[in-house]
Design a protein around this ligand. Sequence first.
Ligand code: TMP
Length: 212
Amino acid sequence: MACRRGALIVLEGVDRAGKTTQCKKLVQALQQSGRAAELMTFPDRTTTIGQLISAYLEKKSDLEDHTVHLLFSANRWEMVPLMKKKLEQGTTLVVDRYAFSGAAFTSAKPGFSLDWCMKPDVGLPKPDLVLFLQLSPTEAALRGQFGEERYETSAFQKAVQQKFEQLIKDPSVNWQVIDASQNVEDVHRDITTHSLNTVNKAQNLPIGELWK
Ligand code: TMP
């Protein structure tokens, strides 16, 4: 019998919602329950494309806005063969940001439609579950200052949050909104419950295509 595939689980949300902490805790919880699970992060700053993106985010270089958008997308596409291989081998992938960040961040810039921003990512492996860590700007502000990277200002983050709210309305994607204002363990419990259900359901289904 063919091996049961792993699930593709994405965590999204504005800055300081706790995505990275929760991704790591979810991978540990899945592994402790006897399932193969690995963490992936976008942008993946280790590749040649990822290094261009990283320099841009660190404000060490400037890139034209369409160009950097396409680089973020290319940085996902270059990982697709590896993602599919791992999923087909039965490994669940927990992904810190994906095409939804791509569309939300660029479309928050003047002159970009959400529709144009989604196009380059059409056909990527479709997540079986997208967990949106919801945190109001007021609650985010209580968690301390923004960092120094590009996009880390409260005005831009508010615009990004509005774009995410539009993306969440798309019923073709399995969104689950998580209240990220709860304590770390309560958020983790909610995320783990949704993820275990998804891992069980996804194992016999083919990998879908995003936004197609
Ligand atoms: P992070 O490494 O702290 O998650 O930051 C990555 C930054 O890049 C964050 O501000 C979100 C932004 N971003 C995009 O603009 N487009 C994308 O496609 C992705 C994945 C992230």
